[in-house]
Write a protein that binds this ligand. Structure first.
Ligand SMILES: [Zn+2]
Length: 264
């Protein structure tokens, strides 16, 4: 990775922000060119700050940064898109914040990965425009796992390596990172049987093309199973949970008048 010059520019998405002193904030960016970067936005807690509106979580902008002794400093931001629909709908917002937090927790600072930047951007656009929020998020979760080297194994048994036969009873072992054939009995592993529909849906989620996921025929039980399985896979891959998943669950429990997101 090239070492950035003293002043450098990159498109980036704001993952989160936290207070620093009386008037500043530390902004966590996912940049197109340098991966995740923490940078200071000076004076943004003042009323008249010009930066403030462009460093809110989920903002997408072109950032000009200056290298600092410890943290880099945001000197200028040109807004590219504000994703207003995400802020107008709590269902959309909770899904988008979860997507941002997952990327924040899953990545190290300054580890360049353009594909992850692109993936988050595409996902935020889909969450702003589409109604199939859950599918969009499942596809995103599977793709993040893949980018980080934790793509769940769904074709061969993770214990013996045998290719799964059609119609075989297949079990899922989250801690082993994939499926287990009907002959293997791994120790200290919780195995849950996958229905053929769930196994097929998991495989479709690994498609390079989001459209394959859109076209997938998905019933409610399978959709719920997918969410559970992916959350488990993320828990083992990251060795932690994504806190805003709880917020997402909370929003879903509210009456539908307060949100527009459906389970599928
Ligand atoms: Zn096996």
């Amino acid at each position: 990775m090239p070492r950035p010059a003293r002043v450098y520019k990159s498109p980036a998405i704001v993952l989160r922000q936290r207070r620093l002193g009386e008037t500043d904030k530390i902004i966590t960016l996912y940049t197109a060119e340098y991966g995740k970067v923490d940078a200071v936005a000076k004076g943004v807690r003042r009323l008249k700050s010009r930066l403030a509106g462009n460093v809110e979580p989920l903002s997408h902008g072109s950032f000009l940064l200056a290298r600092g002794r410890n943290l880099d400093i945001i000197t200028q931001v040109q807004s590219i898109e504000s994703f207003q629909p995400l802020h107008d709908d709590l269902g959309r917002l909770s899904h988008a914040l979860y997507a941002a937090e997952l990327l924040d927790r899953a990545t190290e600072e300054r580890s360049e990965n353009f594909a992850l930047y692109r993936l988050l951007l595409d996902t935020l656009r889909r969450l702003a425009e589409r109604d199939d929020l859950e599918r969009t998020l499942r596809y995103y979760e599977m793709a993040v796992l893949g980018q980080l080297g934790y793509k769940p194994e769904l074709q061969r048994c993770v214990v013996c390596g045998a290719e799964l036969a059609p119609g075989e009873v297949v079990r899922w072992a989250a801690n082993l990172g994939g499926v287990v054939c009907s002959n293997c009995k791994p120790q200290d592993t919780v195995l849950s049987t996958l229905s053929p529909a769930t196994l097929n849906a998991l495989r479709v989620l690994q498609s390079e093309h989001f459209q394959d996921v859109v076209d997938l025929d998905l019933d409610h039980d399978t959709a719920v199973a997918l969410e559970h399985l992916l959350r488990e896979a993320i828990h083992y891959a990251l060795d932690q949970d994504v806190r805003s998943a709880a917020f997402l669950d909370e929003v879903r429990k509210r009456p539908r008048t307060h949100r527009r997101a459906g389970i599928q």
